[in-house]
Each structure stands twice: as C-alpha cells, then as structure tokens.
Ligand binder design. Structure first.
Ligand SMILES: Cc1cc2nc3c(=O)[nH]c(=O)nc-3n(C[C@H](O)[C@H](O)[C@H](O)COP(=O)(O)OP(=O)(O)OC[C@H]3O[C@@H](n4cnc5c(N)ncnc54)[C@H](O)[C@@H]3O)c2cc1C
Length: 376
C-alpha cells in the first residue's frame, strides 16, 4: 500500500523530529535519498539549552568555554560550565531516525523524491522508485528542498556558504578539546571556527557574502596563530546554510505541505546553529498536523511564532550589527560578550536580552570607540 497519512521527505533532524512526534498517531512514511549512517557536513555543535529536547544521544565533546578570535591573530579565552556539546552527525542522525522507527514511522532509504503534485484531495510524491500518496507532506529535505521547489517557490533566499575540513586531532598541537573557537574579522559576514569533534577537529568558515571563500579559507588557516595548517592536504567540503532574519522572509509551507528545518530557512542567522531549530520545527510541524482539525499550516505558523521566531529575529539584528563592526566588536566586548554568549547557549539568556545588553555596552563604549577609530 502506497497511501499514508503523512509523508516526510528527508530524514535529518527535522524529518526525525516530525516523525517522532507523529508516528504513534498517524501512518507516516519517511523518504530519504541516502542510506544510514549517512554523512552530513556539520560541526555538530548543539547548545546546552537544546540538549534535553532530543532523545538521549552520544556526546563526543562537552564544551565548557570558548575562544573569541580576530582574524586568527588575537584571542580572548573564557571558561564556563558546560554550555554546548559536540555530536557526530553521522551517528546522531542515525540514532534519531531509529527513534522515529521505534515510534512507528516507516522508512524508505535510498529513495529520492523527484517532485510532488497536489490533487484536490491528496498529494502524490514521485520518487526515483515509486509514487506514494498522502494527506499531508512535511518537507524536511534540507537546503535544496524538492518539497519547497515543487510547491512554494520563493525567488531569493539568504544563505551562508560554508567550507570545512575534518582533521585527525593529533595533527594539531595543544588545542583544547573542551572549547570552541570563533574567529571574526575573517570574512565580511560570518566567521571561521575550530570545533573539537571526538578523534577529529572540525575547522571551517562561513560567509553570507559572495567572496572567494576557498582562497580566504586557505590563507586564514595557513596564517592562523594557533593552528597554522595547510588545509589543501585534507578534503575540503562545502555546503549551504540558509537563514532568515524576519517573519516576512519565512517560507513555512502551503496548504497541507509544511516545511521545516533548512527547507524553511529556520537557522540562527548569527551562529548558523540549525540542528536545534530543525528538530524543534519538525516536531512542531508534526504536532500541528496532529492537533489541527482543519488548518495545520496556520497552527504550525503560530507554533513557530510563539517559540523560536523572536530568537531568530534578534539573532539577525545582532548579526547585522556585529558583522559590520567586527574589529570594534572584538576590541570592546570580549570578556563580557563571551560570558553573555555562554549564558545564551545554556538557556539563561535570550537573544533579545543579549541585543539589549549589547546596545547598553555600545553606548557606554562610544568614547572609547571614537578613540579607537581616530587612533588616539
Ligand atoms: C559546514 C556546516 C557546519 C554546521 N555546523 C552546525 C553546528 O555546529 N551546529 C548546528 O546546530 N548546525 C550546524 N549546521 C547547520 C545544520 O547542519 C543544519 O541546519 C541541519 O542539518 C538542518 O537539518 P535538516 O533536517 O533541516 O536538514 P538536513 O540535515 O540537511 O537533512 C535533510 C535530509 O533530507 C535528505 N534529502 C534531501 N533531498 C532529498 C530528496 N530529494 N529526497 C529524499 N531525501 C532527501 C538528505 O539526504 C538529508 O538526510 C552546519 C551546517 C554546515 C553546512
């Protein structure tokens, strides 16, 4: 039988979140083009505030502090209690999808969705193997979402282009396994990073501007004061991280097709944190379908507004400021800014509070900022 209540396209965190939420109440089919365990380009950092939202998972590194850098040359380092954890996405996503199956979801791997058609009563989902029908479709198929393309095209999107290398940890000397490093000033809108990841380290870069990223990445890593490596010896991989900064830019679906995770651009526009928003938006899409008598999409939009939207909008406001004054941001908000970020990651502060705090700090520091710019 090819008929389901809900078809979930894509089995990343968003698809797993939706399926876990729905599968005990509905007949759910997950269509996934890859075979698990499958690779996913990602630094695997999950903020502490989100850890409890997921079913139990294996942690590679516990993060208790961070290093803020400027252009890989100047650094400030701070320790905190645990503020984030690092996972291996291959393992993490596999465990989540197994949980969805335990809840009753049907999974078809190595099945790529080609396009979707809507009839007055059902959706027809065409794959490279077969055609499936459902009352609802959840598009959880990442940045290049076929679900989004098929039914609710939107011409322009905001996105970071990112590059990363995964390096055996013994190729780097003296690097902490309990801290992440974020370097600003490296690209116009974005940052470079070092994230420990079990036996590896993940070094990467992301920018929302169209720059010659490969060249910048090579120079940044080679001239970096702390790791100083030739990344061309490793496999450099690249992918997109979509994001949104306002309610108007959001694409959450159309009629009985609901989009979540990267397919809907629900990613933090400052840090590029997407795992938590993907899993949460997937769960909310599932809950909306479960609870709505008629209009699941409206309920889903309400859920998104009431939970993560404010956070994302304020993260976008901070990004717009910080990425325009990167050197100043580094010089004047180092220690306190890091502490505030740890509090955000732990769930003790919101982005709105950080934004308001940042303005107060900025006003206090205007005289120093003027001296800094006038070099007096
Ligand atoms: C370099 C990099 C580093 C990152 N680091 C972090 C980080 O440290 N922390 C963090 O929180 N976020 C990070 N992110 C973002 C995070 O990876 C994403 O936001 C998150 O994976 C989104 O989850 P998702 O389920 O929406 O999509 P995905 O994880 O992309 O899953 C989509 C799934 O859909 C499947 N699929 C796609 N098309 C089809 C199709 N046509 N038919 C069937 N299946 C299909 C794919 O195979 C995949 O399994 C990073 C991203 C990048 C690129």
């Amino acid at each position: 039988m090819n008929r389901y209540d809900v078809i979930v396209i894509g089995g990343g965190p968003a698809g797993a979140g939706a399926s876990i939420e729905l599968s005990s109440d509905a007949k759910v089919l997950i269509l996934e083009k890859a075979k698990y365990p499958r690779q996913k380009l990602c630094a695997g950092c999950i903020s502490k505030r989100s850890v409890d939202s997921f079913p139990a998972f294996n942690i590679k590194n516990s993060i208790s502090g961070g290093i803020l850098g400027y252009k890989g040359q100047k650094f400030v380092e701070k320790t905190s209690d645990e503020c984030a954890v690092i996972v291996d996405r291959e393992e993490f996503d596999y465990e989540l999808i197994k949980k969805a199956q335990e809840h009753g979801a049907n999974l078809l791997e190595e099945t790529k969705v080609k396009h979707i058609e809507k009839t007055p009563t059902i959706y027809k989902v065409f794959t490279d193997k077969d055609m499936f029908e459902a009352d609802y479709v959840i598009g959880a198929d990442g940045y290049h979402s076929v679900a989004r393309e098929s039914l609710c095209k939107k011409p322009s999107r905001k996105f970071f282009i990112s590059m990363e290398v995964k390096i055996p940890k013994d190729h780097l000397k003296d690097f902490p396994e309990d801290k992440v490093l974020i370097d600003i000033g490296v690209v116009k809108r974005g940052y470079g990073w070092y994230f420990p990841q079990g036996e590896f380290v993940n070094i990467g870069i992301a920018t929302a501007e169209r720059e010659d990223l490969l060249e910048i990445f090579k120079n940044y890593t080679k001239s970096h004061k702390r790791f100083n490596i030739d990344i061309t010896k490793y496999k450099i991989r690249s992918w997109f991280i979509p994001f949104t900064k306002s309610r108007d830019e959001l694409t959450l679906g159309k009629e009985r097709l609901l989009l979540c995770g990267d397919a809907s651009d629900l990613v933090d526009p400052l840090l590029g944190e997407g795992i938590r928003y993907a899993y949460l938006s997937g769960s909310l899409a599932g809950r909306a379908i479960k609870l709505a008598k008629k209009d699941a999409l409206s309920l889903y939009k309400r859920f998104i507004s009431n939970t993560m939207l404010k956070d994302i909008i304020y993260a976008g406001k901070i990004a717009s400021i910080v990425y325009n004054i990167q050197e100043l941001a580094f010089e004047f908000s180092q220690d306190q800014a890091l502490i505030m970020f740890f509090e955000l990651l732990k769930g003790n502060k919101t982005y709105e509070e950080l934004y308001k705090w940042g303005w107060k700090e900025f006003i206090k520091n205007i005289p120093n900022a003027l001296k800094f710019y006038l070099k007096i």
